[in-house]
Design a protein around this ligand. Sequence first.
Ligand code: DX5
Ligand code: ZN
Length: 230
Amino acid sequence: MARLPALIAPSILSADFARLGAEVDAVLAAGADLIHFDVMDNHYVPNLTVGPLVCEALRRHGVKAPIDVHLMIRPVDRLVEDFAAAGASWISFHPEASDHVDRTIDLIRRHDCKAGLVLNPATPISWLDYTLEKLDFVLVMSVNPGFGGQAFIPSALPKIRQIRKRIDALRREVRIEVDGGIKADNIRDVAEAGADTFVAGSAIFGSGDYPATMLALRRELAAAAQAATA
Ligand code: DX5
Ligand code: ZN
């Protein structure tokens, strides 16, 4: 199947939260496709971030780009509804954090959001049995969730290849998003493994020059796409 166009999703976890609206405007002006919004509850993961109020504030600020809400919370369902009302476009959750995974996927889709299942580094892809048919994307964690700025875990690559095979066999347009430790020096390998949606937090917000960093990431993605057609 033809590959979907590559999307880059800066993670606001590494942004300057005192200037969040301006930071989001700046990465969008630099060419970001969607905004990755990490939600942590100090329960499912050992860190605490932001909730639906902040998502809604970005919408009121004028952000039109899709907001990709990554829920690292337990329980999941009530906040799905709150985030959908707050303007989320994509919503993903960790299957270990939901008592009824199929119900949570349905809930996300009923709210007209794209539904994603998140696989931690040690979470097997068997969670895609009975779920892949309903998902809009699979989010492969290439770090353990909870913090920005961690090193990419290479076992994500064979995992992405296996998921890509399953999606291609299904002949459905399901995106593979990858989150954690993505930088200009490894994004090409991740793309060649079969991912099409790339989260980058510290690589973008930690750089002094967002347009230059986005360009460097795009160049690597273009090289991967060219190699695939050669
Ligand atoms: C980690 C978060 C990531 C994080 C990625 O739990 O889900 O989205 O912001 O940050 P980097 O790109 O710095 O690894
Ligand atoms: Zn994330």
